[in-house]
Write a protein that binds this ligand. Structure first.
Ligand code: 1CP
Length: 350
């Protein structure tokens, strides 16, 4: 069957149309809160799961078997491209991701491998093609990557970091190294995202989880240009709808003028109505995605239903269109039944 973008509520909403029903998906909808994910993960390390299209597709499908969702997001990680650039990626239990050989000098940036997206990251494309074979025509296949600054924080620190001291050292004492790294990541990411579209991705999301760690001025001068270069290029080449998550807080919303994304994903700290207002003042007519606090999924059913109803009402007024989501990724301790309740409430409303 031929996919027609106009049949997909999520694509319609992303482009500012009003679909027949509110599109729903959840960031990190594949993951440890699902027993069936933990069962697959028990036998395999995380990187192997990402590299094997059969396993990546299987865990991507898992939430779609349980829930009435409008989108699948390919199971992978924002740190897969740095691996192709030559850093070893490991996930030790109890720790987050680790990348060896941190990038901290111009020589380190120059030593990074040139990446051929089809050859070196083709397993992600294969996982996307395979996943799509079992999606309904109205469901959207989302591909993704990390935005350059967020990916760079891991490449520089070698792991997740609260203070980001090594990143800040480059930012304030050796900025050409940081910008050279951002350029390199951007080039790889453009090819990587285009390859995902060739493999079947209907929409793409760029995650800038750590964009809130710099001042507004640094964001505007250093972080955003690298991000927006990717968004503009990928838009020009592929034309698919683009979603951007600028991390936590509302301040970044003021800095997005000229942003080439179709959808801004809002974290739960900012009201959708306020995000919409700021973005309009910035000159952006975009769709909003979000923004339930993932911990709200712990709430008793009546409270959860009422929060979700209020969010839908707010989303309808906040922007040209709304895609329901959490404000950040689902957490491992979330009861899977809570998602059923959220979806049931939203579908009852329309
Ligand atoms: O132990 C496990 O099974 C690993 C847990 C896990 C999962 C399920 C990690 C480790 N990554 C993922 C998948 C993942 N990561 C997806 C898949 C699709 C889905 O949403 O269902 C996506 C989109 C990501 C993106 C990602 N990885 C981001 C950006 C979005 C966000 O949530 O902020 C970031 C910052 C990462 C790095 C990462 N990978 C994994 C962890 C625990 C982390 C965060 C580490 C840190 O806090 O620094």
């Amino acid at each position: 069957m031929k996919y027609s973008p106009s049949n997909k509520p999520m694509i319609q909403a992303a482009l500012g149309q009003k679909p027949d029903r509110l599109p729903i998906w959840f960031m990190r909808q594949a993951g440890r809160y699902l027993p069936e994910y933990r069962a697959v993960r028990a036998g395999v390390d995380f990187v192997t799961m990402c590299k094997r299209p059969d396993l990546a597709a299987e865990v991507t499908w898992q939430p779609l078997r349980r829930y009435d969702l409008d989108a699948a997001i390919i199971f992978s990680d924002i740190l897969i491209p740095p691996m192709a650039m030559g850093q070893d990626l490991t996930f030790d239990t109890g720790h987050g991701p680790r990348l060896n050989a941190p990038v901290r000098s111009m020589a380190d940036v120059k030593a990074l491998k040139r990446v051929n997206a089809e050859k070196d990251l083709g397993f992600v494309g294969e996982a996307i093609s395979l996943t799509k074979t079992k999606l309904k025509p109205e469901q959207t296949m989302i591909g993704f990557a990390g935005a350059p600054f967020t990916v760079a924080t891991y490449m520089i620190e070698g792991q997740g970091s609260k203070e980001m001291t090594e990143v800040k050292k480059l930012l304030f004492c050796d900025r050409p190294v940081l910008t050279a790294l951002l350029d390199k990541i951007s080039e790889v990411t453009i090819d990587y995202l285009c390859m995902q579209v060739k493999s079947g991705a209907d929409a793409l999301m760029l995650f800038d989880t750590w964009a809130g760690q710099v001042s507004a001025g640094v964001y505007r001068d250093v972080v955003f240009p690298a991000t927006n270069r990717i968004l503009s290029e990928v838009k020009r080449i592929t034309g698919v709808p683009l979603l951007y998550f600028p991390g936590q807080g509302s301040d970044r919303m003021y800095e997005l003028s000229g942003c080439a994304a179709d959808v801004i994903s809002v974290d739960w700290r900012t009201r959708l109505s306020r995000a919409g207002k700021i973005l309009k003042e910035t000159g952006l007519d975009v769709t909003l995605q979000g923004n339930l606090d993932p911990q709200a999924l712990l709430a008793p059913e009546p409270e959860l239903r009422s929060m979700v109803r209020a969010m839908k009402e707010e989303g309808e007024l906040a922007a040209r269109s709304h895609i329901f989501n959490v404000g950040h990724g689902l957490l491992p301790h979330i009861p899977p039944e809570s998602l059923t309740i959220v979806i049931d409430e939203l579908r009852k409303l329309k």
